[in-house]
Design a protein around this ligand. Structure first.
Ligand SMILES: CC(=O)N[C@H]1NC[C@H](CO)[C@H](O)[C@@H]1O
Length: 508
């Protein structure tokens, strides 16, 4: 079987020949081509050159010395040319990740529109390098023209149901870069705990975190995650889910949540954020004033999922508010009123809101432009079609809920998803900006995060990056994914096995 030294996700155009070149780590260099808009001092690329050298030559870099005695006397240079854009910015909505890579004797020429595309090309090049049984390094003559099918390729981590140490978030960002995911959706707080340490409202984590010192994310931690992500061309989109999923908020912010009533007296339990008090909106305004300045991305996720109306219905003040507003007994109007208010708050900070599909379902008026994340099972493409017909952008998460226990060998479930197979115009299909794998934390913490994520999420990564027709066969993908899984292991990612087999370098 002709071994294809391939790339995962599959590039849009990939041709390779049997001609191959030996690489000598002593004579291997990355450099900036003349005329490249990015030159030495470009922090993102300078860091990437160092990082990828260690990834490509792991036994050379870890000090065990280069075993190959008759090393190739010829140098090999990867020359990078970036056409436009700066190196000090952040990746964002609409960043161009396209690149071309041409590997021939003694050199690889990598051309990209932006520095973000050059990172994708460096990742692809790193996957082309392989070792023979004598541990010599090789790369084959290869031509790649590549760009992502979808611009939004997300991965959600939930750091409220279980706290994830920063180290595991950074490792997940590393693995995301190997898979060309480009958005880290940080579902940072929820009912059980509030680990985000707010400088405006320190009591939110002091009283709402599992532990106010050991189970929080300080501002330094948050900045570390954002920087680590930026160096890999990954956006960080924070989610502060409300008005539901906010039990932990009430611990540090009294009077924020709606007191539930049992007949005519408070029951002592609390429900969603109280939408009848102006103090609630003042609080949300101050919190989002901080959040929108801490997180540079143009998107912010406002949640809006699974709001239980029982508590609102039981509270006499909420009932009076319903009457005053003329909402009758339709509490979806109250939820829409609340969501519209906080969407206006974040719009005032120049941010685009993402919300879960519940908000779209309740939100009769579509005045505000916002992004809908489709997550409910059932006919999720029916929902995608409905949202696109309403002229709103869509992110598809429903078929990529990796936290839910599935049958074994289930990577194929995610691989066969066809995000655009709904009846719609080309215009409507363009509104599907991408998809997202969700790793909710009810049953996940640092002990099982990586094996449960990888390589299953890699199946979604190829679906979201590659050409659908070229990647329609599960059988053809299987050996490639096994090979890629071994590469992730070699790079220190604890990716679980797909089936019987072995990796030349097992996880240690
Ligand atoms: C949008 C969304 O998914 N909301 C909840 N739905 C079930 C999930 C677990 O699979 C999480 O509990 C999540 O908080």
């Amino acid at each position: 079987l002709k071994q294809v030294y391939g790339v995962w996700p599959m590039p849009q155009r990939f041709t390779q020949s049997n001609e191959r070149y030996v690489l000598n780590p002593h004579l291997f260099t990355y450099n900036y081509a003349n005329g490249s808009a990015a030159q030495v001092g470009c922090s993102v690329l300078d860091a990437a050159f160092k990082r990828y050298f260690r990834i490509i030559f792991p036994d050379f870099s870890d000090g065990t010395g280069f075993s190959n005695t008759w090393s190739e006397p010829k140098p090999f240079t990867v020359s990078v040319s970036v056409r436009s854009g700066g190196c000090e910015e952040y990746p964002d909505e609409g960043s161009d990740e396209s690149y071309n890579l041409s590997v021939s004797a003694g050199q690889a020429v990598l051309r990209a529109e932006s520095v973000w595309g050059s990172l994708r090309g460096l990742e692809s090049f790193s996957q082309l390098v392989y070792q023979d049984d004598y541990n010599s390094y090789f790369v084959n003559k290869t031509e790649i023209e590549d760009f992502p099918r979808f611009l939004f390729r997300g991965l959600l981590l939930d750091t409220s149901r279980h706290y994830l140490p920063v180290h595991f978030i950074l490792k997940t960002l590393d693995a995301m870069a190997y898979n060309k995911f480009n958005v880290f959706h940080w579902h940072i707080v929820d009912d059980p705990s509030f680990p985000y340490q707010s400088h405006t409202y320190p009591d939110l984590s002091n009283k709402g975190a599992f532990h106010p010192v050991t189970h929080i994310y300080t501002q330094t931690d948050v900045r570390k995650v954002i920087a680590h992500a930026r160096f890999r061309g990954i956006r960080v989109v924070p989610e502060f889910d409300s008005p539901g999923h906010t039990q932990s908020w009430g611990k540090g912010q009294p009077d924020l949540l709606t007191p539930c009533y049992k007949k005519t007296v408070p029951s002592g339990t609390f429900g969603p954020i109280n939408p009848t008090l102006s103090s609630s909106y003042q609080f949300m305004n101050s919190l989002f004033k901080e959040v929108t300045s801490v997180f540079p991305d143009s998107f912010v996720h406002l949640g809006g999922d699974e709001v239980d109306f029982t508590c609102w219905k039981s509270n006499p003040k909420v009932q009076a508010f319903m009457t005053k507003m003329g909402f009758g007994h339709d509490y979806t109007k109250l939820q829409s009123f609340y969501m519209e208010s906080i969407m206006n708050i974040t719009a005032a900070f120049n941010k685009t809101s993402i919300v879960w599909q519940d908000v779209f379902d309740y939100h009769k008026r579509r005045r505000a432009q916002y992004v809908v994340e489709v997550w409910k099972r059932g006919c999720y493409l029916c929902k995608v079609r409905q949202v696109a017909k309403a002229g709103l952008k869509v992110i598809l998460a429903a078929p990529f809920y990796l936290d839910l226990p599935g049958p074994t060998h289930d990577w194929a479930r995610y691989y066969i998803v066809r995000p655009l197979s709904f009846k719609g115009t080309e215009q409507q299909k363009k509104l599907v900006i991408g998809g997202e794998v969700c790793m909710w934390g009810e049953y996940v913490d640092a002990t099982n995060l990586s094996p449960r994520l990888w390589p299953r999420a890699s199946a979604a990564a190829e679906r979201l990056w590659s050409n659908e027709e070229q990647t329609s066969s599960v059988d053809k993908a299987f050996p490639r994914l096994q090979d890629f899984r071994c590469k992730m292991i070699r790079r220190g990612i604890q990716a679980e096995p797909l089936f019987i087999g072995y990796c030349k370098h097992e996880y240690i």
